[in-house]
Each structure stands twice: as C-alpha cells, then as structure tokens.
Design a protein around this ligand. Structure first.
Ligand code: ARG
Ligand code: ZN
Length: 881
C-alpha cells in the first residue's frame, strides 16, 4: 500500500537513471476486477554505473503475481517489493536483460481515476503524472523514453474496441469468445503518455492530409448515440492540425490520431501519444446543449492536446519540475490558435480575466510557487494556473522581447535541437538566447520567483521643456519560501495619447531601452524621459497585458476615459474601462461598509454607454466592457479585511445605476442583437449573443421584475440563451414561482443529459446569499447527482466554493464547515479531486477576522482528518501555514 512519508522532492537532487530502458512490451488481459498485466522491459546498465547498483522500479497499490529475469524466476533474496518500489539486485553488468513483471489490477474499483480504471463500462487510463506505476512496476519518470508494443485481450462481445498508442499492428478473434489487438508506437515516449482504451463506443471518422502528403485517419470515439455531438470537435481538430503546420511548421507523425471522450475524468484532457483521452465535457457539443463558452473551450482544449504532440510528446520534460516547459508553452500555442480563429482582442481580454481571477490569487496566497518550482510533495498539486497560465504569459513575454521573427527562430531551434529528448527550461531559454543573441538571464527570474510583480507608475509633464517623465518602480512580493526577490525584466508595451486622441511618438527617449512600443523595465526604479511631447499625454501602460503584473497607476477618470476612447490597442481600451469600474466598485464597497450612500461615477457610466452604443466595435468586445469586475476581482483589489456581503451589495448598486442610466440602450440592444439566422457557433454570432444577454441582465435589473428573463427563457432556441436567461432569472429572483418553474422545466427537459444537468447544478450553487448552502446540501441528495463523478462534484460543490462569494463565505462559517466535510468525504476515493476543490480556500487570510477565524477552524478540521491523502495534506498544510 502507498504510504505518504511526506517526503519532499527537490529539483537539485535530479540524477539520471542507473539503467536505460530500451523497449516495453505490454500485454493486458482485461477484466473488471482481475485484469492481468504482463510487462516485459528490456534494460541495460548505463555506462559508468557500478555493477552492484540495483534496479529500482516505482509502484503504487500494486499486486505483483510474477517476476522473471530473462524468463527465469528471480530468487527471493534478489528482490524486495514494498508496493511502492520493486528493487532487483544482481543484474548483468553491461549486457541487456529482460525483466518480466506480472501484476493484477481491479479497474472497476479504482476510484482515484489514475492508472487503469473504468468509466461507464469503458476501460481507460490516465497516467500523467504518476499513474503508470499503478499499472505495473516501472521507472515511472518522464526522462525514461522507450518504444512500446501493446497487446490487448478482452471479451469480444462486450469489449469490441481495443485501443492504444501509435499505429495498429493487427488483431483477431481468439476462439474462446475473446479477441486481441496489437499496437506499436514507433516514437520513444515516457510512461505518462501511455494510454489504453477498451470498450463499446461509437465513432466519428475523418481524415487529414499533412503538408508533406501523409494521410492521417482521424477518429473521435464517444458513447453510442452521441456521434453527432462530436462534429465540432472534429472540425476543431482539423483546424488545429492545419494551424500548427502553418504557424509553427509542425506536422503530425503517425498514421492515425484518436480522441476518446469519457465521462469520468479528473481534468480537462490528456495528450497521450496518438490517443488523447478527453473529459466528454470538452468534446460533445450541439446548439441545444452547448453554450458558446463550451464551444470555445472545446476548440481550445482540442487544440491544446493536439499541440502537445510536439510541445510535450516529441520534446518532453526531464523531470516534473519542468512541467511548464510543456504546459506553459502549449497554453501559449493554444491561445495563439484561438486568437487566430476568433477575435484577437476579445480572446486576450478573456485570457487576462481568467489569469487575474485564477492565477493572481494563487500567486498572492499561501499556495504561491514559481512557474518552475524547485520542490514538491505531491506533483498532482502543481498542475496549477501558475504553471499553465503564468507559464504561457512568460512564453508570450519572450515573444514580445524578441519580436516575431527571432521568437520563431528560437522555436525552430528548440524543435530542431531537442526533438526526441527530455529537457529543461534552461534548454528552452538557451534556444532563444542563441537565436537572438540576447542575454535572458534576468528574464529567467520569471520562471524562478513566485509572486505577481507590482509596478507603480506616475508621470510628470514639463510644458516648457516639452518632456514627459514616467517614474516606474517594481517590487516582487515575498511568497512562501522566498522572502527576498530580485527585480525582473518587464516588457511594458505602451502608448502616449495626446489631448486630441492621437498617439504621440517621442523624438527621443532616455532612461530605458525602448524597442517599438515596448519599454524595458529592468531596475527596481527607473525614470524614463520622453522628449518632444507637445502637450500633456495620457499614458496607456501594459498594452495587451504585455506583462502579468499588478499595475498601480493613479489616473483621473477623465484620463482613463481618454484611453478607453482613443487607444488603438483594443485590449487597452477594455482595460481602461475595467480600471474605471474597479475604482468605482472599491469606492462603493467602502461606502457600503461605512453606511454611506453609494454614488456611481458618471464618467464610468458615460464611457460604458459610449462603448456599448458604438456599432463600429464588435459586439463581443462591447459585452466584455459591460461585464464588470467580479466580486473576487474587487476583493483582490481591496486586498485585506474583506466582507463579501458588502462587496456584493456595492456591486449590485453600481450595476443598478448603470442599468437605470442605460435602460433605453439596453432595451435597444436586446432587440438589435437578436439573431434571425439559424444557430452558428462562430465567434461573431457568439459575440452578438453575449452582448444581447448582458443587455438582458441590465434590463432585468433596471425593470426590477422577472418578466423579461422569463420571456427570454421561453424564447431561447440555443443553450447559450437558455442558460443565460435561467441564470439571470434564478440569481436575481430566487425562490419566486417563475424561477422555480424555469428550474423545473430545465431539469425535466435535460434529465438524461448529465453535462447539461451540470449547468443546472451550477446555476443553483451560485445563487448569491447565505441560503444557498441549504440548497446545495439538498441538491447533493438529488437522484441525478453522483458524488463519484468529478464533473458533477465540480459543478455543485466546486462552483459553490469557488464562485459563490456570499454563499460560501457565510458570516457564520457554515460554508467552510460544509467544504471541510466534503473534502474529508471525497478524499479517500479521489484525492486529486478533493485537493483541487480545497484550493478554493486559498484566499482565506484576506477575509475580515470573523470569517477568517471560521475558515481557519475548518482548515484545521481537515488537517486533523484521519489518513489524509498526500494530495490533501499537502494543500491543507500549505494553506494553513
Ligand atoms: N497534461 C494534461 C494537459 O494539460 C493534464 C494532465 C493533468 N494531470 C494531473 N495529474 N493533474 O493537457
Ligand atoms: Zn497540457
């Protein structure tokens, strides 16, 4: 059995293996409770390794039933097996040898969803990061690359489909009601990319011809009857394959590419070589059941997993500390893809919103860690937004620093030099240094220092000298284990906007390197002077969010409005509006807490209304302008002593003020943005729906009556409109007969579609207010809820904890106690899921003292739990520290 020793793994302890693995031959005899796995592993001792060094293999909860060396049993005194490791002594000095390990598994009872498990009677695997050791004893680490042959044997009638990585070798019936299939993957790979899927599934087939003329068969496997809902995923896959050829020069490298959608999955998806396994939520879509957000997610995740074929699979990580090498880079690639397929500015706004909502709180709280960490207790806890999203931002900054041509040269060098290898972040950075001739030593601190840098800026205009001086200071806040920080290299894209709205170019700049519109902030403090500036400019700083920083730059609302109106960078226009709104919301929260009336800045209302009424702007952008900073955005801006109820009340008041002022405009948009054509998930149509639905939300506030939401709910002919109308109705008027009726009709209509029902759970879990806790508890007993399925648990418990600030943070602490009970309940069966949901407590220290005390007590209750998994104990201990 696995025992958590609480052992910490350190980057500096990295050593290559003593033995080189050449080939892997696996045979699976599938059975729900007694699957037999035979692994034949060909090794040789690495040159220079002493002859008395034993071979040590990893295992996790394994039952070993046989062990051979070159087909001969190994004497008992020559090996030691602990369930966690298998140590074999007395192995040949230099000649290759074969170890045959036989293990017996019970996929049906594997509730951790790591290793080989069953989901709706389908056998499937998840091996990243350390799941392969739950299948057989193995050197389960990413720097061990080998060629695999896989034989699968199963009952032919109930398990007609037998899949693994690579190309299909052949298969046949076996005469005893069973059949077999053999697969061979010619590309050396680490064990975390191994996959096996077997069962009875439907398929959608297509094909793709690569740039060099290779014919690739494409197959997406889904549950029978769901095939039509895989069409969009297939389309996204083909677009991804073409894009990677055109933009990164990367072609696919096997005869077949398969995707399997499964309904029990701990994460989004997995990039196993040639056989991606997906959470079905990120494959299945049709207008009736999927929202525009679902379509966008499917497109992004299909692309992400496909792009891993080069960034992750062909070139993989030397060790798990290098996770961002594949994840940060691949997120960067999928962001670029989506930006090219949709509107670049709108995509960027959504990315930054997500980064600030998810990564900034992580970086500013007890779970903060560098993009490239140097220590971990449980690697599963490092699949974080810091590694993924901040990792992507850091890659994007390299592109900004180098410019597109040198960035491309660096990427080409990386692909060229490291294809087939397991490498490090240092190897990656070196490619860009060599391609550009630029020293990236200081820049590399982005990988090593945790915490979101804070840049404070102020400007002074000297009319007589016609100069403008920008004073910049940077600090990187202390984070767990890192009390002092060095200044980092921050590429700040900027523009100086003159009084008439034009963008001014300085005749010369001193005090900082400036390349194009990029200003390089490298010191703790830098004073930058622009010459030849004819009138006082307004500075638009960090255009396009060129660096993932917190920026403190006090400006009048008139100056912010100037940016919102005249910036040519659309992202910066949105940022200015969002900053104005944030200022207003923070001030309103202070008013609520002081018991004084909330007044909404008229300049904010004017700027917002000018933006949403501007038909030259794409509707999706206008919808983003109307989406005010969230309650958590406001809490983060305030930073300490937070009262979620006050924040909610303040936000509601500001929204109502905007709604009242813009009522006519919103009514107009609600009509003009109505679609007259058949549903299409394309970005432009989605943008119109987004704008129409935000207009609806404001209208309902202005009218203070459910009528219009009820009408929109009845009239909706697609899931975006339907779920938006339901959310507006239920969140604004919970417990009214109208809300109850709509929830009931939704449930009846989609009772047989678990993914849609997740939306029903989520809408209710996120109803603002203290009463929602009881509702969530009642829903947990609902016949359609299933505590074993990660999507259901996330939809109800996860969204309650992560996305319901007033409900979860009830002043009496009952929300936290509920979470503690859930964590202790989920942990024994699915530690990864429990640990992930527990990270919802990461900002507890920024709450006002009463709530913070309740939160601490709930965390302590979890910490005191008997037999916690390493996953949960790691998170709870770091969160409490
Ligand atoms: N590599 C997968 C992806 O990002 C995610 C795997 C997550 N694994 C885990 N143990 N949390 O595409
Ligand atoms: Zn990934």
């Amino acid at each position: 059995m696995r025992t958590d020793t609480g052992e910490i793994i350190h980057l500096e302890d990295y050593q290559p293996t003593d033995f080189v693995l050449e080939r892997v031959d696996l045979t699976f005899e599938l059975d729900p409770l007694e699957t037999k796995v035979e692994a034949r592993l060909i090794f040789h001792r690495r040159e220079g390794v002493a002859a008395d060094r034993p071979l040590v293999l990893d295992g996790d909860e394994l039952k070993m039933t046989g062990l051979l060396l070159d087909q001969e049993p190994i004497a008992a005194e020559d090996y030691t097996e602990t369930g966690e490791t298998l140590t074999i002594r007395g192995l040949p000095d230099s000649a290759p040898f074969e170890i045959t390990v036989t293990t017996e598994l019970s996929p049906q009872t594997n509730t951790k969803l790591m290793g080989l498990y069953r989901t709706n009677d389908v056998y499937c695997t998840q091996c990243e990061a350390e799941g392969f050791r739950r299948i057989t004893f193995f050197p389960d680490r990413p720097d061990v690359l080998a060629v695999y042959t896989v034989n699968i044997i199963a009952d032919k009638a109930t398990v007609p489909l037998l899949l693994s990585n690579g190309n299909f070798l052949g298969g046949a019936g076996m005469g005893d009601g069973r059949h077999f299939a053999a697969w061979f993957d010619p590309h050396p790979k680490p064990s975390y990319l191994f996959a096996l899927v077997a069962g009875d599934l439907g398929v959608v087939e297509d094909s793709f011809t690569t740039l060099s003329g290779r014919e690739v068969v494409l197959k997406i496997y889904v549950e029978h009857g769901k095939e039509p809902r895989a069409a969009y995923a297939m389309d996204a896959l083909k677009r991804s394959m073409r894009w990677d050829e055109e933009v990164f020069g990367r072609e696919y490298d096997l005869d077949i590419f398969m995707i399997v959608a499964v309904s029990d999955f701990n994460m989004g998806a997995m990039e196993n070589k040639g056989l991606n396994v997906f959470n079905d939520k990120y494959v299945l879509a049709d207008p009736e059941t999927a929202t525009d957000q679902d379509y966008a997610n499917i497109e992004a995740i299909i692309a992400h997993e496909y792009f891993h074929n080069w960034t992750g699979n062909r070139i993989t990580c030397r060790d798990w500390f290098q996770l961002c090498l594949k994840e940060g880079l691949t997120v960067y690639r999928d962001h670029q893809f989506s930006a090219d397929q949709r509107s670049r500015a709108v995509k960027r706004i959504a990315e930054v919103r997500h980064l600030k909502a998810e990564q900034f709180p992580e970086d500013g709280g007890p779970l903060a860690h560098p993009v490239r960490p140097t220590r971990y207790r449980e690697i599963n806890n490092f699949y974080t937004t810091t590694v993924y999203e901040k990792g992507s931002e850091v890659t994007g900054m390299i592109a900004t620093l180098l410019g597109p041509d040198l960035f491309k040269a660096g990427m080409d060098l990386y692909f060229d030099r490291h294809d087939g290898q397991a490498v490090t972040i240092e190897d990656f950075i070196r490619c860009f240094e060599e391609a550009s001739g630029r020293d990236l030593t200081q820049f590399s601190l982005w990988y090593h220092q945790a915490g979101t840098p804070l840049v404070s800026a102020s400007g002074t205009y000297d009319a007589s000298r016609q100069t403008f001086t920008l004073q910049l200071e940077q600090t990187v806040p202390p984070t767990p284990g890192q009390s002092t920080k060095q200044p980092v290299h921050i590429p700040l894209r900027f523009a100086l906007i003159s009084e008439d709205g034009t963008i001014t170019e300085a005749s010369s700049v001193s005090g900082a390197e400036v390349t194009g519109d990029v200003l390089h902030l490298v010191e703790r403090s830098q004073s930058v002077t622009f010459e030849g500036i004819a009138s006082r400019p307004v500075v638009s700083l960090n255009r396009g969010f060129s660096a993932p920083i917190n920026l403190h730059f006090e400006k009048s609302s008139a100056d912010r409005a100037q940016i919102a109106r005249f910036e040519t960078d659309l992202f910066a226009r949105w940022q200015a509006l969002n900053d104005m709104a944030l200022d207003a919301l923070v001030a309103a929260t202070a008013s609520v807490r002081a018991g004084t009336p909330v007044v909404c800045d008229q300049a904010l209302i004017d700027a917002l209304m000018a933006t949403v009424s501007d038909d030259a702007l794409e509707p999706a952008f206008r919808a983003q302008a109307l989406a005010l900073p969230s309650e958590s955005d406001i809490a983060r801006e305030i930073g300490r002593d937070n009262d979620p109820d006050a924040i909610f009340a303040a936000r509601r008041e500001i929204m109502t003020a905007i709604a009242t002022a813009g009522r006519e405009t919103f009514a107009g948009l609600f009509e003009t943005m109505r679609s007259t054509e058949a549903f299409s998930p394309d970005a432009a149509s989605a943008g119109r729906r987004a704008l129409r639905n935000s207009a609806l939300a404001y209208l309902v506030l202005a009218e203070n009556a459910p009528t219009r939401a009820v009408e929109a709910f009845s009239a909706a002919d697609n899931m975006t409109d339907l779920s938006q109308a339901l959310t507006i109705l239920v969140h604004r008027f919970p417990d009214t007969p109208e809300a109850t009726a709509a929830l009931e009709s939704f449930q009846t209509r989609f009772a047989d579609n678990a993914l849609v029902l997740d939306k029903w759970f989520t809408v209710q879990a996120t109803i603002p207010g203290a009463a929602t806790l009881e509702r969530v508890e009642t829903l947990m007993a609902h016949p359609l809820f299933n505590g074993l399925n990660p999507n259901r648990v996330r939809a109800l418990v996860g969204t309650f904890a992560f996305s319901n600030p007033t409900g979860f943070n009830r002043a009496d602490g009952k929300g936290y106690r509920f979470l503690a009970r859930q964590i202790l309940d989920i942990d024994p069966r699915n530690p990864q899921l429990a640990a992930r949901i527990l990270t919802s407590m990461r900002s507890w220290r920024s709450l006002e003292s009463g709530r913070a005390e309740h939160a601490r007590a709930a965390l302590s209750e979890i910490a005191a739990g008997a037999k916690l998994s390493p996953d949960v104990s790691d998170i709870v201990e770091r969160t409490l520290k």
